[in-house]
Write a protein that binds this ligand. Structure first.
Ligand code: SF4
Length: 538
C-alpha cells in the first residue's frame, strides 16, 4: 500500500519557526531551499504509485520522501549507510524533504536498495530528470534559446584488464556462477579448471604470467574457454548471464577453426590480432556493457546539453544574468562506440518534446556533419559547429580551402595565384585544368592536390564535388570574426563537464552497467542543476 502525504495544503503553524532567522535564511538559500520550494511538489510520485498496490500490503514510506532520498543521495554522493543516516539526523534533509512524521525519517538500507532497483528497472531516473529540470527552467525563467552540447567519457567501477585477464576472469566468473546455480554441472568442469581459474594457485595458474609468454597463455586460456562453451552451450547453464559473456569473449577474442582446418584434430581457438578485436567487446566481465574507444579508453559516454548566457559586454543584461542559472537540459548515456554526431537528433527530439528547442545550438566539429546541418536547418535551429578539418590539411597538404572559388564553385586562382587554363562543371564533378609546365616550376607542387592528366600530358587537373565546394564556403566562414564571436561560448560547457566529474563525483563512480550508469548520471546532472539554482538564489 503506497503512502503519499498531502503537500498541497499549507500548515497552520510553521514547524520550522524555532529556527533563528539567519539559520532559516541559510536553509532557504541552499540546495535544501531550492528542493523544498520548487521541486518537492513536482516529484513524479504517481509513476512510482503504479508499482504499488493502493490497498494491500504494508504501508510504504511516503513516496515523496523515497524519491527525494534517492535524488539527494546522488546529489551528495553518499553510500546507502550515509544516506540513511542523513535522513535520520540531518536537519537540511528534513527541511528539504518536509518530513512530517518520525516514521518518514528512517529507512533501512534494504528499502533504499529496493526502491533504487525499481527506479533503475523502470527508467524513472530519466522521468525525474526531465520533470524537475523543466520545473527549474520555469521557476528561474531560464532562457533556453541558446544551448550548447558536448560529450564526456565516463568510467564505471571497473579496472582495466589485459586480454589474458579478461579471459581468465570470464572463466572464473562463469565457474562461480555455475557453482551457485548448477552445482551438478560445476562438478563436471574438472578440478584442473577450478584450480587454475577459480583458486588460481599451483602450476599453470595465470596470476603471475610474464608479458613474454602472455600470448601463448592467452591461446591456452582460449582453448579452455572453447571447451566450456561446447560443454554447456546446449544445457540450462547456457542461459546463465556469465555464460553469455563467455560466448561473447570467445567470439570477440578468438577465431574458431574447425577440426578439419585446424592444427589439431579438434576445434581450436586462434587468438585474433588486436586490430580484429571489435571495440564493443567485453573489457571486463564485471561490466560487459562498457565499450572501448581508442581515444577515450573503456567506459561510457554521456551527452550533455545545457543553456548558456552571453554574459559579457552587455550592461543592460546584467540583472537578468544574476538571476538565471545555466541548466543542463538533456542527458543521455551511450556506448563509447556511438559517434557524437549521431546523438544530436535524439537530443533535439527530447528538447522539442519538452518545448525547450533552442534557436542557437553550439557544438564541436563532431556534431557538425552535413546531415546534422540539414536537420537543424529544417527545424529553424542555427547549429554553430565547425566542419571537420579537410583530410589533406591534417597531413600538411593544400586543400580546396587554399584555392579561390567564384560563386558557382569554380576555381578562379590556385594557392600560387595562377589562373586555371579552363574550368568546367558537371552534375557530379567540378574541374579546373592548369598548365603543367607552370605547375612543375611551382614550390607547392608536392603539397598541391592537382594531378597530371593521364591522357593529356600538358595539363594538371583538379577535380572536386559540388558538396566539397559548398563545404569550402562553410570552412572559410568558420575563420571569420562573426563565427568566432558566436562559437567562443561553446567552450563554457567544458567547465560543466569538469563540475560534473569533480564536484558531482562522476569521475569516481561506484556503479557498473549501462542502466546504473544512466541512473547515476541523470540524477547527478539534476543535482548540479539544483546546486546552480541555489547559487543564483532560492
Ligand atoms: S602546383 Fe599548379 S595548381 Fe598547384 S599551386 Fe602550384 S601552380 Fe597552382
Amino acid at each position: 500500500m503506497f503512502t503519499l502525504r498531502d503537500r498541497r495544503t499549507g500548515d497552520l503553524f510553521d514547524r520550522w519557526s524555532d529556527l533563528g532567522e539567519k539559520r532559516r535564511r541559510l536553509l532557504d538559500r541552499s540546495w535544501a531551499g531550492v528542493f523544498r520550494n520548487h521541486l518537492l511538489g513536482a516529484l513524479p510520485a504517481d509513476a512510482l504509485c503504479r508499482h504499488l498496490d493502493d490497498r494491500l500490503g504494508r504501508p510504504s514510506k511516503d513516496l515523496h520522501v523515497v524519491i527525494g532520498v534517492l535524488l539527494l543521495q546522488q546529489l551528495h554522493d553518499l553510500t546507502d549507510a550515509q544516506a540513511v543516516e542523513a535522513l535520520a539526523f540531518n536537519m537540511a534533509w528534513h527541511y528539504a524533504l518536509d518530513v512530517r512524521s518520525d516514521a518518514d525519517c528512517y529507512f533501512c538500507e534494504k528499502t533504499l536498495r529496493n526502491y533504487r532497483r525499481l527506479f533503475i528497472e523502470q527508467g524513472f531516473d530519466e522521468v525525474l530528470f526531465r520533470a524537475l529540470t523543466d520545473r527549474l527552467v520555469q521557476a528561474f525563467s531560464v532562457d533556453t534559446s541558446r544551448q550548447r552540447m558536448d560529450s564526456t567519457a565516463l568510467r564505471s567501477a571497473m579496472r582495466t584488464m589485459t586480454r589474458l585477464g579478461i579471459v581468465v576472469q570470464t572463466i572464473s566468473k562463469f565457474a562461480r556462477e555455475l557453482e551457485r546455480h548448477h552445482p551438478d554441472f560445476y562438478e563436471q568442469i574438472g578440478q584442473e579448471v577450478v584450480r587454475r581459474y577459480v583458486d588460481r594457485e599451483g602450476d599453470g595458474a595465470f596470476a603471475h604470467t610474464a608479458p613474454s609468454v602472455s600470448k601463448r597463455r592467452l591461446g591456452e586460456a582460449g582453448q579452455d574457454l572453447l571447451s566450456l562453451a561446447f560443454q554447456f552451450r546446449e544445457t540450462s547453464a547456457g542461459k546463465l548471464p556469465s555464460f553469455l559473456i563467455l560466448e561473447r569473449v570467445l567470439r570477440d577474442q578468438f577465431e574458431i577453426v574447425d577440426a578439419d582446418c585446424g592444427p589439431q584434430d579438434k576445434p581450436t581457438a586462434i587468438v585474433r590480432e588486436p586490430k580484429d578485436v571489435p571495440c564493443d567487446t567485453v573489457g571486463n566481465p564485471a561490466d560487459p556493457d562498457a565499450s572501448y574507444n581508442a581515444h577515450k579508453g573503456h567506459g561510457y559516454v554521456a551527452q550533455i546539453v545545457e543553456t548558456y548566457c552571453e554574459d559579457d559586454g552587455q550592461e543592460e543584461r546584467e540583472e537578468e544574468i544574476a538571476t538565471t542559472p545555466d541548466l543542463i537540459t538533456h542527458v543521455a548515456v551511450h556506448k563509447m562506440t556511438v559517434h557524437d554526431g549521431h546523438r544530436l537528433p535524439d537530443a533535439l527530439n527530447d528538447l522539442r518534446a519538452r518545448s525547450l528547442t533552442p534557436t542557437v545550438m553550439l557544438a564541436d566539429s563532431h556534431y557538425g556533419s552535413s546531415d546534422n546541418m540539414a536537420l537543424t536547418h529544417q527545424r529553424d535551429i542555427d547549429l554553430v559547429a565547425p566542419a571537420r578539418p579537410a583530410k589533406g590539411a591534417c597531413r600538411g597538404q593544400l586543400t580546396l580551402e587554399d584555392f579561390v572559388l567564384d560563386e558557382t564553385g569554380l576555381v578562379v586562382l590556385c594557392p600560387n595565384e595562377v589562373k586555371p587554363i579552363s574550368t568546367s562543371a558537371a552534375t557530379a564533378k567540378l574541374q579546373a585544368r592548369f598548365d603543367l609546365s607552370i605547375c612543375r616550376q611551382c614550390p607547392y607542387m608536392q603539397q598541391c592536390p592537382v594531378q597530371a592528366a593521364k591522357r593529356d600530358g600538358q595539363f594538371a587537373r583538379f577535380q572536386y564535388t559540388p558538396e566539397r565546394a559548398a563545404n569550402q564556403k562553410r570552412r572559410l566562414y568558420e575563420r571569420s570574426e562573426a563565427f568566432l564571436k558566436l562559437y567562443r561560448w561553446r567552450a563554457g560547457i567544458e567547465a560543466t563537464m569538469s563540475r560534473l566529474k569533480h564536484q558531482m563525483k562522476l569521475a569516481s563512480l561506484r556503479v557498473r552497467g549501462m542502466s546504473r550508469m544512466r541512473y547515476v548520471v541523470n540524477l547527478r546532472a539534476l543535482g548540479l542543476n539544483i546546486r546552480r539554482s541555489a547559487a543564483i538564489g532560492a
